[in-house]
Design a protein around this ligand. Structure first.
Ligand code: SF4
Length: 667
């Protein structure tokens, strides 16, 4: 089959017109934040409730902004001049502060919409070559000649010839060589037509960038539209074309920009690209990035998630509920949904909201565990806020990722070492995953001005490597370090570390010192062999929040991690009725190469009963400790798995009654 002829609507991807492609088509009455051409009544809607003295000014400003396409970020940056005292001791003054803050938000939103409405001008214009997707498709076009050559090369690979050698033996008729993606295409075409039997081991040999799916799932990253963030962090870059804190040429951000932040197009094109290079796309962890998720309007959030699911499901749903239901049995299932937000935006109402959207994992910006550093960097929240947020999120079963940022304004190498230790010493924190983002000095962040005044000094690469090599071995075995550096192109960094390959530098330093890191990522099995009969079960127990955590793991005799689960035994009631008297399974994860549903691969951990073994262990522990029910924060795509094991849907959780034991022991 030629590229572009697929009958799968998802594979047809961005070229396909779908409805509702814009939030405005949904007509939910909450405004139209996804729409490039919002109705004129929108401004009136927004002005409802705005201080009457300010209304004409906002309307006038919106018109002016529309004519000049003024950057929303410029409006936001002008806030310093009008910001009222948010923490004034006088209650009247604080009320004024709240009102003005709302007015400012209205003005910023108007600016964003206005600039998007300016004729023939998209927010991303001039950043990416307009034909980049076309070029991508062209590079992957498969003609009858290339398909024939690819089939011949593929047959040789199947017979044991090394992939590169097989590619060399079949040059293209007009010069040049086949790419691996041609072999992947020939493989899928052969399997679909019935000429070839599905062979996961063969596909694995063809796969490009295998690391992408070696943690057991396929991650698809999407970005929300440009929108202001309630935060004012001095280190955070502002670019009017992007959601707060993102730069247009970061890898994931560039893809979002190319797709004009359309959730359907972003998801569909990413799936298409991953499939083209040989990755399975049936178990998808959806990672939604972009500023502060909780600050976006709810109608936009709902629409965004719905359209991502539509891209996985391959059809346009009428509403989120329909998209969610369809995804439970779809060929491409959502097995995890991740958002990022601020600690001070987490409330009982917000966690209910996140669950209704299907969120299973929350990333929180902690950045520092020192209130004076947080204040100096204008984070706008305290460590107490973070503790409260973590406790609440853990109590309802979310997996928890913290962002931690060394080299903040006011920090030193010594204070960062102490600060990092608090992440795990403090029972209220103890994250499941960690993203370490060393502060990077960028020209479009307020910190740049501080640096120009000589009041901030970025760490050198050497200092950073030493710091990270010191702290990594202290990370408990229950935590996964997802990143040690952010993927910001080095050209943006004004001074300080520019190496984006810092992880390798740190790993080399750890090897030199002989002090390995024991975090989950460093122990994951990847492509190593796992004998399901020989893996060893371990139960790492620790206190966290107001409860007890069991990190259950299955490891090979060489210490490689094949599977793990997170069981929470809470000591406090949850704010959700369906979780009353329930222990919580927050995660069940079999690592190694992600395999398609129902397919096995010799030596790979998935689909060998390891997950079922951990689940049985979690049930046994919860039952012994007197919890009459176990609730799983199951993603849409894993509900069927739990359903087959006696669980049923209660609210948004899969729940099973356990044999009644002693009453829960909070201690
Ligand atoms: S909260 Fe996050 S996105 Fe918002 S300004 Fe601070 S760092 Fe940037």
């Amino acid at each position: 089959m030629e590229d572009g002829e697929s009958q799968d609507p998802v594979e047809r991807g961005p070229g396909r017109r779908v409805a509702p492609t814009r939030l405005s088509d949904v007509g939910d009455g909450e405004g139209h934040p996804g729409c490039l051409n919002p109705p004129s009544s929108q401004l009136d809607e927004r002005l409802t409730g705005v201080d009457p003295a300010v209304r004409p000014l906002v309307a006038e400003a919106a018109k002016l902004l529309g004519r000049q396409a003024m950057a929303a970020a410029d409006v936001e940056n002008a806030r310093a001049a009008v910001d009222p005292p948010q923490h004034a001791p006088d209650a009247g003054l604080r009320a004024v502060a709240r009102r003005r803050e709302r007015d400012r938000q209205v003005l910023i939103e108007c600016a964003i919409d206005a600039q998007q409405r300016v004729a023939n001008r998209r927010p991303h214009e001039g950043i990416l070559p307009p034909m980049s997707r076309q070029a991508w498709l062209e590079a992957r076009r498969t003609t009858p000649e290339t398909l024939e050559a690819a089939q011949a090369a593929l047959a040789e690979v199947r017979d044991g010839v090394e992939v590169t050698r097989a590619l060399r033996r079949h040059p293209l008729p007009r010069g040049g060589y086949l790419g691996k993606h041609h072999l992947v295409h020939a493989y899928h075409a052969g399997v679909q037509s019935g000429a070839w039997t599905a062979d996961p081991a063969l596909l694995r040999r063809l796969r490009m960038k295998p690391i992408r799916t070696l943690s057991g799932v396929t991650t698809v990253t999407v970005l929300t539209k440009p929108y202001p963030c309630p935060g004012k962090c001095v280190f955070c870059p502002t670019d009017v074309r992007m959601p707060k804190s993102y730069l247009p040429d970061e890898p994931g951000a560039a893809r979002a920009l190319e797709n004009e932040f359309d959730p359907f197009r972003q998801t569909a094109s990413r799936l298409e690209a991953l499939q083209a290079i040989g990755h399975p796309t049936d178990k998808i962890e959806l990672l939604i990035l972009g500023g502060t998720w909780s600050a976006y309007r709810r109608s936009y959030q709902t629409w965004f998630v719905q359209r991502c699911l539509d891209a996985m499901n391959g059809f346009d749903s009428a509403d989120l509920a329909q998209a969610q239901l369809a995804n439970e049995q779809a060929a491409r299932r959502n097995v995890g949904l991740v958002i990022e937000t601020r600690p001070d935006h987490v409330s009982p109402d917000e966690v209910r909201r996140l669950r209704s959207l299907g969120v299973t994992k929350v990333q929180l910006g902690a950045q520092s565990l020192d209130d004076s550093i947080l204040a100096l960097n204008q984070r706008g929240h305290t460590v107490a806020d973070l503790r409260r947020a973590m406790s609440l999120l853990r109590r309802v079963g979310f997996k928890l990722v913290l962002h931690w940022m060394p080299n903040l304004l006011g920090a030193s190498l010594a204070s960062d070492r102490l600060d990092f230790a608090r992440l795990f010493d403090d029972e209220a924190l103890r994250p499941d995953e960690l993203k370490i983002y060393p502060c990077q000095l960028l020209a479009n962040a307020e910190l740049h001005q501080v640096w120009l005044r000589g009041e901030y000094v970025p760490y050198s690469t050497k200092d950073l490597v030493e710091l990270l090599a010191d702290i990594k071995p202290t990370i408990p075995a229950y935590c996964r370090v997802n990143r040690v550096i952010r993927d910001i192109p080095s050209t943006h960094v004004v001074e300080g570390n520019r190496r984006t390959s810092l992880r390798q530098d740190v790993q080399s330093e750890l090897a030199r010192r002989g002090t390995p890191c024991r975090c989950i990522r460093c122990r994951e099995i990847r492509q190593a062999h796992a004998d399901a009969e020989e893996v060893v079960l371990d139960d790492l127990v620790y206190r966290a929040g107001a409860g007890e955590e069991h990190f259950l793991s299955l490891t090979t005799k060489d210490g490689a991690l094949a599977a793990y689960a997170r069981l929470s035994l809470p000591a406090e009631e949850a704010p959700l009725a369906e979780l009353q008297r329930a222990a919580l399974l927050r995660e069940l994860h079999v690592v190694g190469p992600s395999l398609e549903f129902g397919r096995g691969l010799a030596g790979a951990p998935q689909h060998r009963g390891l997950g079922a073994r951990l689940l049985a262990q979690a049930e046994a522990i919860a039952g012994e400790r007197g919890y009459p029910r176990l609730a799983v924060i199951s993603a849409l795509g894993t509900r069927a798995y739990y359903g087959r094991r006696g669980y049923s849907l209660e609210g948004t959780y899969m729940v099973r009654n356990l044999p009644v034991g002693e009453p829960p022991d909070p201690g």
